[in-house]
Design a protein around this ligand. Sequence first.
Ligand code: EPZ
Length: 423
Amino acid sequence: MDRFKIQGGRRLEGEVRISGAKNAALPAMAASLLTAEAVHLKNIPHVRDIITMAKLLAHMRCKVESPDIPPSEFVIRAESVSHAEAPYELVKTMRASVLTLGPLVARFGYARVSLPGGCSIGARPIDMHIQALEKLGATISVDHGYVEARATRLHGAVFRFPKITVTGTENILTAAVLAEGETVLENCALEPEIPDLAALLVKMGAKIEGAGTPTIRVQGVDRLHAATHTIIPDRIEAGTFLVAGAITGGELLLKHCEPQHLTAVIEKLKECGVEIKCEGKGGLRVRAAKKLVAADVNTEEYPGFATDMQAQFMALATQAHGISHIRETIFENRYLHASEMVRMGANILVDGNTAVITGPAQLSGAPVTASDLRASAGLVLAALVASNTTWIDRVYHIDRGYEQIELKLTALGASIERVTQQS
Ligand code: EPZ
């Protein structure tokens, strides 16, 4: 198992290229199941969740090819799918495997997907995915830990999501495009990954209006065809590098990002005193605050402040003057990084869904354990300002969603090393 050894206290400086968005690439890859023709996806990040999705598609007998190594593009052909099944072994390592449910039942009339179960950040049920597919005419049974969905052909329907769900919206959108008639989805997620998925589906021949608004209308078509699509930049990776520049007293230029997708994060960092400005096409320059000041954050659905940036903001708040309050409203257990930051010397009190951070605290290196993807990013950021050496265990979590983070940080002047332990 790999660990990171980080020597803190270095100011980061330079340019960093932001990768394609993992959470946009995953539904796009699942959407390739909707056609027998080639779907060509560009700007794919080389992260572990993407490799898992490629393995899952290959398990279903799709052809997944890439012109380069490591792959930054995929050409996926789902001519015939012989196993319409997402097995437990793959779903347990990546919940987003559930995104194959909608496309499989829409095109093949059958899907069997392992129930994801809970994970370290919360219970994370998929009840709304199931309810919506039933509304579209699928017969669903849940047995032996698997969801089985059957339909001769899905039909259009009106469905209102009782609560906003990102992958729920994506799963049902990718089912509705091949359903007979009109589907109206209400209370949809607004995250930029949704209009990106819709853009790919429209290139494949789908008829969709309103993606990126609460109401999405879909006129089902009989078949979809080949398409080429470039995945949007990763707004969470970009947000993480904004914090990296700010927390180390540095100055960074982020390239190939989409500043419009980062409005809430940029506003919050500016409130803390961080200087951020757009530079050229897809460029964002971050310059650390002269004096970092505390700010309060509520995590919210897009366009609010993303839960996926909460751990990184907490690391920054440990260095800010004053008291910051964070309220996590999306997941019920997303503070596992807080106790690890406390072990590094942070002053953080967690009460229910609220964390109170008093700063600035002089962090000192300690052995810590990563509990999930964004928690690991928060710990890396904290380690970058800690004195002495921090060892972070279980960095496989960070490999799920950050492309070569240690190489990108090293190029900016950080001292971070991957150490592979012999088991
Ligand atoms: C997506 O997860 C992202 N994953 C998550 O990113 C992100 O944290 C989350 O959206 C919120 O922005 C991908 O896009 C692959 P939800 P998702 O359904 O879709 C509850 C990362 O670090 N809910 O929007 O699974 C759920 O428990 C990851 O990259 C139900 O109750 O999240 C949660 O409390 C982590 N029933 C809330 O809704 C359902 O059927 C929002 O979850 C579905 C969800």
